[in-house]
Design a protein around this ligand. Structure first.
Ligand SMILES: [Zn+2]
Length: 417
């Protein structure tokens, strides 16, 4: 890292120590177990608030359970510039996803405080509630609440243990009956900046220390039902069968080909398959596939959906089975403003870091906050592209580089927005 030209070099050792200490909450030999609202999550939130206070941030918890650390600027009528991410993990998750954005943001504020630098804008560090959404299968709870995007189904959600989301949010100091209190209006935040690990292999492969995120991928989720005929596995001649699992398997390969060979959209995944009756001596009469497409280009997503329907018709006609394609969810991609992208690139340059523009293949809190504030994201490399796993790792140097770029970005945004 080129630190000699930098006015305010961050404390890389302290940053990596904080990341390590945070990583002890919920640590197991098979990965992180820090599901939102778990005892480990609650303990890590307390740890995080303690660090915030040491850095001179005033902390509060909003009604959605988000942690907000705030420090005044010299111009108190200015809207705040917010930095942040999340500290919950998926089951068997890693130590860097989300954690880097939060620990990095606190390190930035701490460094500026030590140097006696006061920004013009107030600065906020945001830690969003239940980003991963493992427990309720409903994600970005805190950031969507802040953006006023929560739905009734979110508020009514009950987890696998039969506990309501509102009672879990109350456990961390929120109050979903007054969730409107967490909403920030457009204009209330001058910008939101999220530092995150890439969670993919691109930066690691090219040896580039910093990613300028161009947009967050769109995602479409489908369920496909295949109805054939259940019959005896011993007596039904092969030519007379309408085997729903065989038809489903053809579709799995067709769907893979759409991205892998035909490049209709960036990635396609069939993640679940169920056969009924799922018995070794019965021809499966019905099958169900759960699948998703992701791309930042919405035209590509639409083309992929058309191709999915064509493949379903083809298989239905050739196999004599009925196939229904249901679209469950469609989250459009969130592009990042080119002005904000240039700021990130310029911040990288000031730190002497090479950068590469790339889209985010994963979803992030930033996509919700983008609806109320100009948003930017910067990535650091994930070793071997692994994340949501015990092997998730970003080097101390890369974490420090990303945090230094975050500091430069904050200063630039403070001067220009
Ligand atoms: Zn994350």
């Amino acid at each position: 890292m080129v630190t000699t030209m930098l006015l305010y070099p961050i404390n890389a050792a302290r940053l990596n120590r904080s990341l390590e200490e945070l990583g002890r909450f919920g640590e197991t030999s098979y990965g992180m177990e820090r599901l939102a609202f778990s005892p480990a999550d609650i303990a890590s939130r307390n740890y995080t608030m303690e660090l915030m206070r040491k850095a001179g941030l005033e902390t509060r918890i909003d009604t959605a359970g988000n942690i907000i650390g705030r420090k005044s600027g010299s111009e108190d009528s200015f809207p705040a510039i917010a930095l942040g991410s999340h500290t919950d993990t998926v089951p068997y998750g890693g130590k860097y996803d989300g954690a880097l954005g939060v620990m990095g943001a606190i390190e930035v504020v701490q460094t500026l405080a030590e140097r006696g630098h006061t920004t013009r804008h107030p600065v906020e560090v945001l830690v969003f509630t239940n980003e991963e959404g493992t427990r309720y299968h409903r994600w970005l709870i805190g950031s969507r609440a802040m953006a006023g995007l929560l739905e009734q189904e979110d508020l009514d959600a009950v987890d696998d243990e039969g506990v309501s989301l509102s009672s879990r949010v109350a456990d961390v100091g929120g109050d979903l009956s007054r969730v409107d209190g967490a909403v920030r209006r457009a204009g209330e935040l001058a910008a939101y900046i999220e530092l995150h690990i890439e969670q993919g292999p691109n930066l690691h492969r090219s040896g580039t220390p910093l990613g300028v995120v161009t947009g967050i991928t769109g995602r479409a989720v489908f369920e496909v039902d295949i109805e054939g005929t259940t019959n005896h596995a011993g007596t039904t001649p092969m030519a007379d069968r309408h085997d729903a699992l065989v038809s489903a398997s053809k579709l799995v390969l067709d769907i893979r080909k759409m991205a892998a060979e035909d490049e209709i959209c960036r990635v396609t995944t069939v993640g679940s398959i169920q056969a009924t009756p799922n018995a070794v001596n019965v021809i499966p009469g019905s099958a169900k596939l759960g699948l998703e497409f992701r791309d930042v280009d919405m035209d590509a997503m639409a083309a992929a959906e058309r191709e999915l329907n064509r493949a379903a018709q083809r298989t239905s006609a050739s196999d004599g089975v009925a196939i229904t394609v249901n679209r469950h969810r469609f989250n459009p991609s969130v592009p990042i403003d080119s002005g904000m992208q240039s700021l990130v690139a310029e911040a990288a340059g000031r730190c002497g870091l090479a950068w590469e523009a790339l889209p985010s293949g994963a979803g992030h809190d930033a996509q919700a906050i983008a609806s109320i504030a100009p948003m930017a994201m910067l990535f650091v490399p994930s070793v071997d592209g692994i994340s949501h796993a015990v092997a998730e790792y970003s080097t101390p140097e890369d974490c420090a580089n990303g945090t230094q770029a975050l500091l430069e970005l904050l200063l630039m945004a403070d001067n220009r927005i």
